[in-house]
Design a protein around this ligand. Sequence first.
Ligand SMILES: [Zn+2]
Ligand SMILES: [Zn+2]
Length: 155
Amino acid sequence: MSDAQHHKRKKLLGMNPGTAAHRLRKMILWKFVVQTGVNICYRCGKEITSIDELSIDHKRSWLLSETPLETFFDLDNIAFSHLSCNCSVGEHDPTERINKRIHSDGMVLCHECGEYLSPDKFSLRPEGDMAGRHVPYRPHCKKCRVIRKTRGDSY
Ligand SMILES: [Zn+2]
Ligand SMILES: [Zn+2]
């Protein structure tokens, strides 16, 4: 897509076309999830009642798997959960989160490419963005940040 096309679409949609496409895919998913009655949270067992609460969850963590790629795309390993239930996993013990993110050898995990890279491959979070956070690095490596930007991911 050319830059002009991209800007036209962005203007018409009032948002990044990448963000819009992501939202549309999620809406389609939500429709079928409700239709087939699988909108039950894998973690707390309660019903998921709104699309904003829906998250795609991995039953076994792919980050800790010896075969992360296979585990990530293993459909039998996929469940649905409340976003809040999914995100609160491991939060009781911040060291667990930190250990997941920063390996004992000092390498830092990029949440986009899933690789452990040396810390200089990451930029630091801006000051004031550290509230409740334990790791000073941005979630994605510099290389992935560029890719995500061109793809239109807003975060
Ligand atoms: Zn739940
Ligand atoms: Zn990366």
